[in-house]
Design a protein around this ligand. Sequence first.
Ligand code: NAD
Length: 453
Amino acid sequence: MTSAQVINPATEQVVTTIEAADQAATDAAIARAQRALTSWRQVAPGDRARLLRRFAEAVDADLERLAGLEVTNAGHTIGNARWEAGNVRDVLHYSAGMPERLLGNQIPVVGGVDITFHEPLGVVGVIVPWNFPMPIAAWGFGPALAAGNTVVLKPAELTPLTAIRLAELALDAGLPEHVFQVVTGKGSVVGQRFVTHPAVRKVVFTGSTEVGKQIMAGCAEQVKRVTLELGGKSANIVFADADLEKAAATAPYAVFDNAGQDCCARSRILVQRSVFDRFLELLEPAVQGVRVGDPADAATEMGPLISAAHRDRVAGFLEPSTKVAFTGSRPDGPGFWFAPTVVLPASPADRILTEEVFGPVVAVLPFDDEADAIRLANDTEYGLSGSLWTSDVGRALRVSRAVEAGNLSVNSHSSVRYWTPFGGFKQSGLGRELGPDAARAFTETKNVFIATD
Ligand code: NAD
């Protein structure tokens, strides 16, 4: 075991020091999870449901503390952090409805009865990034536990505090020991061990596309199940017939929320050429109106970036030749601040259009017609989310069907809903989380034929 410092990104102060597990400690946690599996999968569906409901209630009772931890550890605004803790509670309540509804089929056959079962996979390893530590963890562990699996979860090195608290709450709520364990440490040690350890039967990974590819290749070695939620470069398409005022007023929040550290950030705004200048005129005051500052202040809309290294990375996208249209504000003094920034890219090959910045930088570019908008929206290796603004219902549906992305929003920028499926096309991911089929992703279908003759 070694240890790592946890830093408050709004103040640059050390918050605490956390143990970093080595391979032996990770193996021990996986072994405990494997032992806990035998009894957990046999818990009656109604009892498993009740335990998950109690876990949800424990999270609800602890909501302010969890939110406070995220403000301190990740620099999330208190409003967002409360939503995130509430999302964990809601995902757990939703998951509590799953054990009793994990229905199989009875399939007509001759000479017997044929039935299917959804068997738990075993130990599930969940690897979480630093941008939304609480919700992303819960989208994995809620349905996985509901389906009768045990879970080992690795939070990101930078943001372990809420995951550690959630594991305590699970025990307080009565979940049996070792059914849900949090193992803090490095991705290359703990996360990698989830990939290579044969007792871990599925890896749920959310993070960068680069690491996701390595996880997928590693899992192939044991034909290990994998869900990947990776990067994004989503488009916000504004047609000339849209409510331009509303589109411009909401566009900053669709990309600068969580300081742009959001896989669903609409970081490319595509605007029909005939209204391009008008849209920029409306966008400028909206961007300047984003309240950037102390994340603990309830009026704040955007906090700092997660770390000094990440701020340097984001700043690296703004080259001397980059045309910055306008920026919002940022506080002075300590903290990893970065002002909301609107860029007019010089060409379609500009890095700002092709790479995920993962910070508060948005590129705005014009398009000519519907076909051009679809072509530009799909001109990316990613396909996670997107929005489109139009008053033409037919166009809304045509464009929604044509954009290659997993989560689209018309005349709005909807965030993730736990009862609808979430995931990416192309290199944004593999598989889906949340929604009515969430528990199925943590099961194997078994077919049993019973002869009656
Ligand atoms: P990252 O890929 O660096 O790390 C993610 C997690 O993987 C961390 O816990 C890290 O410790 C672990 N990890 C790193 N190397 C590993 C390895 N070799 N083996 C196993 N685990 C390893 O990503 P990040 O910088 O923490 O997060 C930002 C990225 O996450 C962005 O690209 C963002 O788009 C993506 N993301 C995607 C979604 C989605 O649902 N699609 C949601 C949030 C974030």
